[in-house]
Design a protein around this ligand. Structure first.
Ligand code: FAD
Length: 305
């Protein structure tokens, strides 16, 4: 994406759908921050909110507890992330059944990173799922879940080629996945070229762009290095010299994220998944620019009627 003039989208009248991703909190303080973000973003009416699963299943309980609290205390539709790492098929099945019993109907199915860390070879658990397409099939056998999977516009770091990665995506969709959410990217051309290839391969489920608002450029660049997402020079230039200037950084971050999503809207995209990092302000502002406005919760609407 080249530098674009900041302007309202030509397609702003088209309804936009959003979803928000959170991670399970580790401490009481983080729990408070997470819930204040959920409360701030909930009135925007997301299609769903998802909760990640820590590497190697390390947050199994915390993910479950966060998702269960969303079911009990909000009107939001939660999606629980789940990986194949370090678990037998039976153990994964128990987690999936527990979600079903808790009223959860949407799972984000992932392989997960190698237990030895990024850069090491992935080895499936001897009694576990070898690949995500098998996990998707397993989940669909347990219940009539909506299943989302990942997609990589700039290729998963382990994939030999983008075409091989798209074959893996096809296998996940053929196994029953109903949506893909992409790894974050900063250059919209990567996403749109990927979308063309995916459609040409006969994959017709929504490929929802994952948007990472850059709260902190150094952190975002280090995530990108780990996930294979490229960081354009123009993005680095925009945050240059702002390491100790939080106020300006926040304004630039909002402008950069707005520019990215509005360009996507102009190019026909109407659904977005936001990596919130459990913080609401930037995502809320970008959603406002996308035309979303706070709505009263369904109970409040009924009471007013
Ligand atoms: P997969 O689709 O399983 O692919 C992994 C690699 O294997 C690719 O190179 C693919 O091309 C190859 N491959 C897959 N199937 C085959 C096959 N049949 N034959 C040959 N090659 C194949 N990680 C977490 O730990 N917890 C999370 O909550 C989490 N949430 C995520 C959410 C999103 C939207 C995204 C994009 C990623 C998330 N991740 C999460 C990261 C993810 O676990 C890692 O990227 C992991 O390395 C790959 O898992 P996957 O399901 O994304 O990839």
């Amino acid at each position: 994406m080249s530098a674009l003039p900041f302007r309202p989208s030509r397609h702003s009248s088209r309804p936009v759908k959003v979803s928000f991703e959170f991670f399970p909190p580790k401490t009481d303080e983080m729990e408070t921050a997470l819930w204040s973000s959920i409360e701030r973003l909930a009135p925007l009416g997301p299609s769903f909110v998802s909760v990640t699963y820590g590497a190697g299943g390390s947050t199994r309980e915390r993910t479950h507890n966060t998702v269960a609290r969303i079911v009990e205390e909000t009107h939001l539709k939660p999606a629980a992330h789940l990986t194949c790492v370090a678990a037998t098929r039976a153990e994964v099945g128990e987690v999936v059944s527990a979600y079903w019993n808790a009223g959860v109907r949407h799972i984000v199915a992932l392989r997960g990173d190698p237990a030895g860390g990024l850069g090491t070879a992935y080895e499936a658990h001897p009694g576990g799922y070898a690949q995500t397409s098998d996990l998707v099939e397993g989940i669909r056998r347990i219940g009539d879940f909506e299943v989302s999977v990942s997609a990589y516009p700039e290729k998963h770091p382990e994939a030999p080629s983008l075409d091989a990665d798209i074959d893996a995506l096809k296998a996940k969709v053929d196994a029953g996945a109903t949506r893909a959410i992409t790894q974050f990217f900063f250059d919209n051309d990567h996403y749109l070229r990927f979308l063309d290839k995916v459609r040409a391969r006969g994959i017709d489920v929504p490929i929802v762009p994952g948007i990472l608002p850059v709260q902190n450029f150094k952190t975002a660049a280090s995530f990108a290095a780990r996930t294979g997402a490229s960081v354009p020079d123009w993005l680095a230039a925009r945050f240059e010299g702002l390491d100790h200037d939080l106020e300006t950084r926040k304004l630039i971050a909002a402008a950069v994220a707005a520019e990215q999503v509005l360009d996507l809207v102009d190019r026909g995209v109407s659904e977005f998944h936001f990596y919130t990092m459990n913080r609401a302000d930037l995502v809320y502002a970008v959603c406002h620019l996308l035309g979303l406005r706070a709505r009263p919760a369904p109970d409040a609407q009924r009471a007013a009627a």
